[in-house]
Design a protein around this ligand. Structure first.
Ligand code: 8IG
Length: 277
């Protein structure tokens, strides 16, 4: 079944910001929370952080929210959660990420970020599972994103929309994360389209042009978050060393297992960082 007719974002004449505003109204109605302060996208390995951040006040299936419905991907429907922190902040947890490689276009990829901004969130925390290029890193290690290389050839910006990306991954928020864990290293996130992992030659290219982390999600989301005026914190869980850096083949199963092993540690780190925001 095609979902092209079911998602308003697939209508090229529609305004994606109006659809995000509708989605934010859905979230306010379904959660009973009028405004959110912080939004947090949970990538592979980071899922357990939610329960440590505060009290969950509402969980809603993403399919209930305008623009998120994905009937073509049966059985893979994410959820959105509203959490109240001990400080009284409302955190919107986004457990429903759409990747560019799914082929539904960039509007769908960044809809959750635009929706988060429309709920009132001024801070966007983007987490992911990714491959590591720095030889000193090992699987299971969380790192901060300091900057990115967008190698997708795509952009969430439409038309002559010139957006400054200096300090895209906020130095202030990286410093704040390091005040929680001074051992956190950082690196440049290199987004490939995927879904295949890189060849060793592509990883050498990424390293040569200044990349340290390889992934398939966060650069496009960060650009949209900046367009929406949000302050961004990006964190990657290194679940595998990038192809050719590790000599054994990459397997999705290994990636999942590394994520699961690291989960308790990075969940508590992330919860403490969000608590300090
Ligand atoms: I988890 O090695 C994960 N996601 N591009 N390369 C890319 N994305 C990833 C990788 C990786 N590991």
């Amino acid at each position: 079944m095609s979902d092209a007719i079911d998602n308003p974002l697939d209508d090229p004449t529609a305004d994606p910001f109006e659809i995000a505003a509708e989605a934010a109204a859905d979230i306010a109605r379904l959660t009973g929370v009028e405004r959110h302060d912080i939004a947090l996208t949970l990538g592979s390995g980071w899922g357990r952080a939610a329960e440590l951040i505060g009290e969950t006040t509402a969980t809603i299936p993403a399919t209930e929210v305008t623009g998120f419905s994905r009937p073509a991907l049966e059985g893979h429907v994410g959820s959105l959660r509203s959490i109240r922190t001990p400080k009284g902040r409302n955190v919107l947890i986004i457990g429903a990420r759409t990747h560019y490689y799914e082929g539904h276009g960039v509007r769908r990829v960044v809809h959750s970020v635009r929706t988060a901004a429309a709920t009132g969130a001024r801070t966007m925390v983007l987490t992911n599972g990714a491959g590591g290029i720095k030889p000193a890193w090992s699987p299971g290690q969380p790192v901060l994103i300091s900057d990115h290389l967008n190698l997708t050839g795509a952009s969430p910006l439409e038309g002559a929309t010139f957006i400054d990306l200096t300090d895209l991954y906020s130095q202030r928020l990286r410093d704040l994360a390091r005040s929680i864990d001074p051992s956190l290293d950082e690196g440049v996130y290199c987004q490939f389209r995927g879904p295949q992992y890189e060849t060793p030659a592509e990883v050498r290219m990424a390293r040569t042009i200044g990349g340290h982390i390889v992934g398939m999600s966060t650069a496009l989301e960060a650009i949209a978050a900046r367009q929406a005026g949000m302050e961004i914190l990006g964190m990657s869980l290194i679940t595998n060393m990038a192809a050719g850096i590790q000599t054994t083949p990459l397997s999705h199963q290994e990636v999942i297992e590394a994520g699961q092993a690291a989960e308790p540690v990075i969940a508590s780190l992330l919860a403490r960082v969000v608590g300090a925001l």
